[in-house]
Design a protein around this ligand. Structure first.
Ligand code: ZN
Ligand code: ZN
Length: 294
């Protein structure tokens, strides 16, 4: 609910419902992400997240490598949201896309999850991203099911975190392996099929098989719902929020503009209304200064 300024001292405060209250939002997902994204959308916006059954979202790329992703994460998420909107006829859609590997700008391995919301009626697209350092686990090459497999399973948190088993890059996989017999069979089959007699084990990164990813999805769902609950002061469109940063925080010693962040830029998803909000620090440590510490 939004509080509007009271029109007069004696008039009661008018409360208007959020534009998404009672609406449906189509989720382009095959892997149960409605369990993480649905509750914040219901609690914060009063909107219902609908997941159409059997959506072929793997055509936008799959972790297990059968379908390489050829687009950016944002384009992939947009494609999945649009697909769910077409199938359900809802003008509003939602989808997420995860990337695992070296994080851009940091170079350290990690998980980056992007969530994208589309409203065709309003012509808005809102994106939020969260990053987490570290991966759910590496990969393990084995000839058979031995002690190293058991150590690996413990390290990834199996069976809550499922594994995939393959004979080699691009080779057919057993996905979502969470039981001992299935694992033994999958390793035996992969070593038989592989050119070098090895099976490769990796964490299954699909949301319904990856508890760490579900934690990030739930957080991100809350962040996106709260952002959509924030409406633009100029046009009233949902989705007012941080859209970027401004660098150039001056050096404390010499005043030179550094690459440190000076302020956050906020903007509307629909109109040109924007604001720059300075951060708490008004000077940068000289060690970040190109003059004092070249
Ligand atoms: Zn606006
Ligand atoms: Zn300086």
């Amino acid at each position: 609910m939004l509080d509007l300024p009271s029109p007069g001292a004696t008039a009661p405060v008018r409360r208007v419902a959020h534009p998404y209250r009672g609406t449906a939002v189509a989720l382009g997902s095959r892997h149960g992400k409605g369990d993480q994204l649905g509750p914040p959308f219901a609690q914060v916006l009063g909107a219902r997240v609908l997941t159409p059954p059997d959506l072929d979202t793997d055509r936008f790329g799959a972790f297990t490598g059968e379908v390489p992703r050829t687009t950016t994460p944002r384009e992939a998420a947009r494609g999945k949201a649009r697909l769910a909107m077409q199938v359900t006829g809802s003008p509003r859609g939602l989808a997420t896309e995860a990337s695992y590997g070296p994080l851009a700008g940091v170079g350290v391995p990690g998980h980056e999850e992007l969530v994208l919301f589309l409203d065709e009626d309003l012509g808005i697209e809102v994106v939020e991203v969260r990053r987490r350092l570290g991966l759910p686990g590496g990969s393990l090459r084995v000839r058979e099911h031995g002690a190293d497999v058991d150590r690996y399973l413990t390290s990834v948190g199996w069976p809550a975190q499922a594994v995939v088993v393959r004979a080699g890059p691009g080779a057919p996989v057993a996905k979502g392996v969470t039981d001992a017999d299935g694992l033994r069979d999958a390793i035996a089959a992969a070593t038989r099929d592989s050119a070098d007699g090895h099976a490769v084990l990796e964490p299954d990164l699909r949301a319904h098989r990856c508890p760490g990813r579900r934690v990030v999805l739930a957080e991100l769902g809350g962040v996106l719902a709260r952002r959509l609950a924030t409406c633009c002061a100029a046009c009233g469109a949902p989705g007012w929020g941080r859209v970027g940063v401004e660098t150039g925080l001056p050096c404390r010693a010499c005043g030179t503009a550094t690459s440190s962040v000076r302020a956050d830029r906020y903007g509307c998803a629909r109109c040109a209304h924007a604001a720059v909000v300075p951060r708490a620090f008004d000077v940068a440590d000289p060690r970040w200064c190109p003059v004092c510490n070249p």
